[in-house]
Design a protein around this ligand. Structure first.
Ligand SMILES: [Zn+2]
Ligand SMILES: [Zn+2]
Length: 112
């Protein structure tokens, strides 16, 4: 079962994302928030797919949000953890305002 997180930034940006996979698609899908550098927005990437492909523009200019480049540190607690994938509560990069003020929150809403 997957998890649901909300990305929130001080600029007003707020969007929900799924992490993990559902009962029917485990093994072929692993949903994780990714930055699309072409769309300049956060999209649901499928980490089982290499190279990562943006569902919006179908480009490959994607970075998963557990990449060290997209947060100011990796010392914070885990907002959510799945296998070796981890989102911390450190400030992350917001593509809307181009600063590191975005944070992920776990809604503890499960999906399948
Ligand atoms: Zn894109
Ligand atoms: Zn922002």
């Amino acid at each position: 079962m997957g998890q649901h997180v909300i990305a929130k930034c001080e600029c007003g940006y707020e969007e929900g994302f799924m992490i993990g996979c559902g009962m029917s698609n485990c093994g072929t899908m692993f949903s994780f928030p990714c930055l699309c550098r072409d769309c300049k927005r956060i999209v649901d990437g499928n980490l089982e797919e290499q190279p990562l492909t943006c569902p919006e523009c179908e480009g490959n200019n994607l970075e998963a949000y557990d990449d060290a480049e997209l947060s100011t540190g990796r010392d914070g607690g885990a907002v959510t953890e799945w296998d070796d994938r981890k989102l911390t509560d450190d400030p992350h990069y917001c593509p809307l305002c181009d600063t590191f003020r975005l944070r992920f929150e776990n809604t503890f809403f499960m999906w399948d």
